[in-house]
Design a protein around this ligand. Structure first.
Ligand code: GMT
Length: 376
């Protein structure tokens, strides 16, 4: 099929999922067109069935805010017409589902019935989408998509609680290309560069937004390193990084904490890790946790949102109440203090990711695209 993918091109989970999906669809013989304002960070190659169309904004002194949705829907129309796309798959409702609706209307005038699949990722519903500033437009664009998917059962339920949705939301879990992580594990994993042989490695990866509670990561690590010789790797960039750095200084643990910034080498970094920390206020799914699990890493997380659907308490890691850093540290220590226990959690984590493998999830999206043509 000929599929247009609209997403944020950044390190955020929705952009990562959209990009990995597009690349996998292209590998499977579909013609995929990314439509966004920059080449997605994980889109590391283009080919004759993998294309990128940049949405450019025309600056004008009158505009305090540039009308991105207008430029995006115009670009969608142009790409659909030029490449005869059959489906537009938009990731993250704001403003992509709204822009897709506008494109659909414009194309209708030209006698073309483009199908729109909207995937809800989390904050587009929980933190931003339900805010009165955006709520009506988000509800409208969800209800006017041909198919709507959510990345967890929890996100589906939350969407139905927060909005008046008149169609069934299909749950399609985030997925992982497990082969990538097996490869990184097989290649030389230079753990020695970061930690001594007796030291354990804890990791956190995020966009360092307030919802991730990065200070809790540092607080948990502070307690863990008192009992277990260990290092903490923090990967990502964002507004909370400075606070987290200040806290490591205050706690006197700077020499044990490495801020590594954004990285496209996630599989390689995760191959070092023993425990992954994700103390988020909410996560619709927690793709970062799934990536860690694929790299054989146990997960210590909160029990919020869709996290219990990914991290199985007592099996792949542990779940704690929001903000309960004592419990998170206690759980991490209980895994890290015994190498046999650690190995069991790591193996379970890896095993559990099979449920979310690319091979399982890709055909679900392919069926959804086909099903659009059966939808009225
Ligand atoms: O977590 C973020 O802040 C980024 C955000 C995004 O949309 O890029 O992530 C959301 O989508 C991911 C992919 O579906 C999910 O794995 C994350 O759990 C979700 N984040 C939140 O719900 C906070």
């Amino acid at each position: 099929m000929k599929i247009g993918i609209v997403c944020y091109p950044t390190f955020g989970g929705s952009g990562v999922v959209a990009t990995e999906l597009g690349m996998a669809l292209a590998d499977n013989g579909h013609e995929v067109h990314f439509i966004t304002y920059n080449q997605p960070v994980r889109l590391d190659f283009l080919s004759n069935n993998l294309h990128f169309h940049q949405v450019l904004i025309e600056e004008y002194p009158l505009f305090q805010y540039q009308p991105y949705e207008l430029a995006l829907s115009t670009k969608m129309v142009e790409v659909v017409l030029r490449h005869e796309l059959e489906v537009l798959h938009v990731h993250y409702a704001i403003p992509h589902a709204y822009a897709a609706f506008m494109a659909k209307q414009m194309l209708k005038e030209k006698g073309i019935n483009i199908k729109v699949v909207t995937t809800l990722h989390g904050t587009d519903i929980t933190l931003v989408g339900s805010h009165p500033t955006y709520k009506s437009a988000v509800e409208f664009s969800i209800n006017n998509s041909d198919v709507v998917t959510a990345v967890s059962n929890n996100l589906k339920e939350t969407t139905n609680q927060l909005f008046n949705i008149d169609k069934n939301i299909e749950v399609v879990y985030n997925f992982i290309d497990t082969a990538k992580y097996d490869k990184a594990e097989g290649e030389e994993c230079k753990r020695i560069a970061l930690a001594k042989p007796n030291e354990k490695i804890l990791t956190h990866i995020s966009n360092f937004r307030p919802v991730k509670r990065v200070e809790d990561v540092v607080k948990v690590f502070y307690k863990v390193q008192k009992e277990i010789p260990s290092k903490l790797l923090l990967i990502g960039e964002g507004p909370e990084r400075i606070k987290a750095e200040k806290l490591t200084k205050k706690l006197g643990i700077t020499e044990k904490v490495f801020f590594l910034g954004n990285s496209t080498e996630i599989a390689k970094i995760l191959c070092y890790s023993d425990v992954f920390l994700l103390p988020s206020q909410t996560e619709s799914f927690g793709l970062a946790a799934l990536e860690a699990m694929a790299a054989k890493t146990a997960v210590i997380s909160t029990n919020t949102g869709g996290l219990p659907e990914v991290n199985i308490n007592g099996e792949t890691g542990f779940l704690s109440n929001l903000g309960d850093v004592d419990n998170m540290a206690k759980n991490a220590i209980s895994i890290l203090k015994d190498n046999i226990v650690l190995e069991r959690f790591k193996r379970n984590a890896k095993e559990h990711t099979k449920k979310f493998s690319l091979q399982n999830i890709l055909p679900i999206y392919e069926d959804i695209y086909k099903s659009c043509y059966k939808v009225k």
